[in-house]
Design a protein around this ligand. Structure first.
Ligand code: PEP
Length: 246
């Protein structure tokens, strides 16, 4: 039996003041039966951890380096994330793939680095609108996930996967529950060929999830929660989505 997971991706939003309000709103609204986490900008992780003390909301980061340590100015290692208590790190978000030219292999290497330090990578995969219209959705997500499967080998069962169609992120367009489920089923089948843990792995859907569409998405057989962008910045909306998951 899989327990749903809802993760807020704050992206590059927030300030100490606005984060404080958001986190206290979440504290008042919780707890939820689903697992819940927030992935926040690096400078705010420690303060977020403090604010969440005593709750069952986990926290994490939105990226990590593929390197262990060294002369990599501006990068943050997964050892550092582990050191400050991060449970999760998002890797391969489409914004990083697009704006920072992150390759499938780099994403896989980041996932490997995170796991090496006990931080669970949330590996994002998803097709662009042009790829969907060209009938390439399945091929794209399989290519992206296969790189991670080949790199992590026997550890693949330890990751969380997030299917995020690029055309649905921040656009207000959501994949229909049936569209999302069909890609999730493809991903779980691919994972099942690589690990016996596939049936217990959590596959999240992300892309304009809101309080009014969350329950139907989470009701799909292979959707085990969500990765939430815009709606994670409003305590009432994020709480409602967490409730829909649990
Ligand atoms: C995201 O960026 O991971 C995301 C899903 O964003 P939104 O919910 O705003 O579409």
């Amino acid at each position: 039996m899989r327990r749903n997971l809802v993760v807020g991706n704050w992206k590059m939003h927030g300030s100490r003041a606005s984060n404080g309000l958001l986190l206290s709103g979440l504290k008042e609204a919780g707890p939820w039966s689903a697992d819940v986490a927030v992935c926040v900008p690096f400078p705010y992780i420690t303060e977020t951890a403090l604010a969440l003390t005593g709750t069952n909301v986990s926290f994490g980061a939105q990226d990590c380096s593929a390197h262990e340590q060294g002369a990599f100015t501006g990068e943050v290692s997964s050892a550092m994330l582990a050191d400050i208590g991060c449970r999760y790190v998002i890797v391969g978000h489409s914004e990083r793939r697009a704006y920072h030219a992150e390759s499938d292999q780099l994403v896989a290497d980041k996932a490997k680095a995170a796991l090496a330090h006990g931080v669970t990578p949330i590996v994002c995969v998803g097709e662009t609108l042009a790829e969907r219209e060209a009938g390439q959705t399945e091929a794209v997500v399989k290519r992206q996930l296969s790189a991670v499967i080949h790199t992590l080998t026997h550890c693949i069962g330890e990751i969380v996967v997030a299917y995020e169609p690029v055309w649905a992120i921040g656009t207000g367009l959501t994949a229909s529950p049936a569209q999302a489920q069909s890609v999730h089923a493809v991903l779980r089948t691919l994972l099942a060929a690589a690990t016996q843990k596939a049936s217990s792995m959590r596959l999240l859907y992300g892309g304009s999830v809101k309080p009014d569409n969350a329950a139907e998405l989470f009701a799909q057989a292979d959707i085990d929660g969500g990765l939430i962008g815009g709606a994670a910045l409003k305590a009432a909306d994020f709480s409602a989505i967490c409730r829909a998951a649990g």
